[in-house]
Design a protein. Structure first.
Length: 116
């Protein structure tokens, strides 16, 4: 997102990755709205989300070879690939979520109170 906000000429790669991530969240939203149980969510992730994740990783690996490593996009690609194993964990369990938003929202009141 920082690359998109910066408006660099490498916007194409960043936009492609963001679009792929949006597809993952779209699948998760569909599963929630349809009331999928844990097993069905896991099957959906293995069949559909796995393909999107594989496409995303391949894109990052490909573009990482031609992107300067110290550029904003290069650092983002390097970070994403460095965290890849952790990110893919949610594909192995239907209970896990693709992000940590629930945890972030749960601790926010304490963090904000501490700053004040």
């Amino acid at each position: 997102m920082d690359v998109l906000k910066a408006g660099t000429k490498k916007r194409g790669t960043a936009q492609e990755v963001v679009d792929l991530i949006a597809q993952l969240y779209g699948l998760e939203k569909q599963a929630r709205q349809a009331g999928f149980d844990v097993d069905r969510i896991l099957a959906m992730r293995q069949n559909q989300s796995r393909q999107i994740m594989d496409t995303t990783k391949a894109l990052l690996l490909e573009r990482g070879q031609t992107t300067p490593p110290k550029s904003l996009l290069g650092r983002a690609i390097s970070y994403a690939l460095g965290q890849w194993e952790r990110v893919e964990t949610y594909l192995e369990d239907g209970i896990l979520l693709p992000d940590n938003n629930l945890a972030e929202n749960a601790i926010r009141p304490f963090a904000v109170g501490r700053k004040n």
